[in-house]
Design a protein around this ligand. Structure first.
Ligand code: NDP
Length: 246
């Protein structure tokens, strides 16, 4: 028996990194899972095959998070395929890096479209399908709370915005029995922030544990929030950063 037996989940940006780990963990807890992706069709298929191998239903949908119509359509298709929704994980994200003097406006706009606007769009679409007891989990960042290094203003602002959206969603959706929670990772070993990358030493300078998280560490917290143990969490930001913001 898993903590999510009989549940249906959609994870945006589930083809790689943290999203793939979340999709796999939710399926291991018993959920059927849909994922979205932008470009990585092969890697999305690998995630779907792994989940199918666990005996669960899985599907992958191409949907650019910057395209609101595509996001809403993917939510509807996922709900149709899985018979409704219990969990939405807004995970898809991009990581613009550059000081305010240099960061191109096009990167700023793209980051807000993918990291913020898509969260609003996907949540709005999911409300057509989420059952009472449903959970909306947003992948924020410890950088949404503190910005300990330069060149991160745009990214940090998107994640602070996600925390604001989530608090507001918690107020809007509480009466419907739907929770909204941010899981805010710190440095996590993915393509976005590789543990062996050139920025790793800077990234870990403030870490209390001196290493990147494994994506599975973040996925475990998402499973907690999405499962019975998370029943009274809403409006919260759960930071999973190895003490970077301590
Ligand atoms: P990766 O770059 O490893 O993976 C990003 C995922 O998001 C991929 O599945 C990618 O799809 C998808 N994605 C990106 N852009 C779009 C888009 N426009 N439309 C649809 N899907 C898209 O990132 P991580 O796994 O590291 O990050 C996942 C989340 O965690 C992000 O929100 C990120 O900001 C956050 N985060 C990450 C941290 C880290 O240290 N890694 C720390 C704190 C927060 P495709 O494969 O098709 O490109």
């Amino acid at each position: 028996m898993g903590t999510l037996d009989g549940k249906a989940a959609l994870v945006t940006g589930g083809s790689r990194g943290i999203g793939a780990a979340i999709a796999h963990r939710l399926a291991a807890e018993g959920a059927d899972v849909a994922i979205t992706y932008e470009r990585s069709a092969e890697r999305a298929k690998t995630v779907v095959d792994a989940i199918t191998g666990l005996g669960r239903t899985a599907l992958a949908l191409r949907a650019d998070a910057a395209d609101a119509a595509a996001v809403a359509a993917a939510v509807d298709r996922a709900a149709a395929a899985l018979g409704g929704l219990d969990v939405l994980v807004n995970n898809a994200g991009v990581f613009p890096v550059g000081p305010v003097a240099d960061l191109p406006l096009v990167e700023f706009d793209r980051a807000f479209a993918v990291n913020v606007r898509a969260v609003f769009v996907a949540t709005q679409a999911a409300l057509r399908h989420l059952r009472p007891g449903g959970r909306v989990v947003h992948i924020g960042s410890n950088l949404g709370e503190r910005v300990p290094r330069p060149a991160l203003s745009a990214y940090a602002a998107t994640k602070a915005a996600v925390a604001g959206l989530s608090r507001g969603f918690a107020r809007d959706l509480g009466p419907r029995g739907i929770a909204s929670v941010v899981v805010a990772p710190g440095p996590t070993d993915t393509d976005m922030n590789p543990a062996d990358g050139p920025r790793a030493a800077d990234v870990l300078a403030l870490s209390a544990v001196g290493r990147h998280a494994d994506p599975a560490d973040v996925a475990a917290t998402v499973a907690h929030v999405a499962g019975p143990a998370g029943a009274f969490l809403t409006g919260s930001v759960v930071t999973v950063d190895g003490g970077v913001n301590a």
